[in-house]
Design a protein around this ligand. Sequence first.
Ligand SMILES: [Zn+2]
Length: 163
Amino acid sequence: MILPVITYPNKNLRKKSEELSVEKIASPEVQSFITDLIETMLKEDGLGLAAVQVDKHWRIFAVATEDGPMVFINPKISFKSWFKEMDEEGCLSIPGVFGTVKRPKAVIIKSLDRNGEKVSMKATGLFARVIQHEFDHVNGDLFIDKIQTVTRGQEILDEMKAK
Ligand SMILES: [Zn+2]
């Protein structure tokens, strides 16, 4: 089922999401939500989608990778490289706005997968960027807070901020 994506300045995007127990992750409610979250991300052509963006305040996000969609539950970033990179980002919840954001080039993320199993992985480049962008969503942070230069959609952003 495709879920509606909420957009800025909807205040629910600023809510901090809550952790899920392993029992809760196994529930049909959460399992079917994860399926819907992935389906919605793929349909909307997003590189990633956090639960908060479909107004569900669980610490879950999905990322589209070359090997297929991946799900991160109760994520923690345990390492950030000292070296940072600047690149352009956009967000399904802030349509039409793009800007450059400086982020660590590599991270190690520890989380649970949809079976409730612990997963730890190192991510670099675009994958690391998407993970950090989605991780921010889980904490109620948005990329526009970190933008250095708005590359497209300044007028859209001004209009949204005025709401
Ligand atoms: Zn986003």
